[in-house]
Design a protein around this ligand. Sequence first.
Ligand code: GTP
Ligand code: MG
Length: 186
Amino acid sequence: MPKDALPQVALAGRSNVGKSSLINALTRRRIARTSAAPGKTRLANVYRVELEGADGPGRLALYLVDLPGYGYARGGAESANELRAVAEAYLGGPHAPYVLLLIDSRHPGLDADIQAAKWLESRGIGAHIVATKIDKLTRSERARNLDAIGNTFGTAALPVSATSGEGLDELWRMIARIARDAGRVE
Ligand code: GTP
Ligand code: MG
């Protein structure tokens, strides 16, 4: 894990919600491994990112952290517990993480996601809600599901798609804001 004081923004969420795909879409690179089968990411993968002119002048450096997902059933409870332990060990670590909690826009209000939000809150970790795979919804589903996610988590969700690119500029701005608020501008 990085030992310096740069802000760390972690992507958390259920297995298959699109964490690794979103890192690739944001960076326009294939740096994170993705898979149609859940349980692909098995470690906390840390990427150092530099933003030029994001949300203000100057260069902003930060870490994006791709975490294993929760709720992965294949491979049994042992495998699911192991992945969860990696994510929890990272989030419980010595640095102050800022979390993007990714929610599949097709499935608002899943118990596993509500539990994850509670877990983060109980540890004093603030989470920003991001609704993934928004390209898969019709216009009416979109309005309804974003409403439902907002109601469930008590804050508006940012809709994004790694496939169509929707919401990525807004997400970068959100990440830049989080990093700047962390007060460590290079
Ligand atoms: P784990 O590593 O298992 O926790 O999963 P993950 O959250 O990293 O998901 P990943 O990025 O590997 O994506 C899972 C599947 O969803 C892949 O088949 C992706 O192609 C697909 N996917 C991810 N983002 C999007 C999106 O915005 N739109 C669509 N249509 N599919 C997506
Ligand atoms: Mg992954």
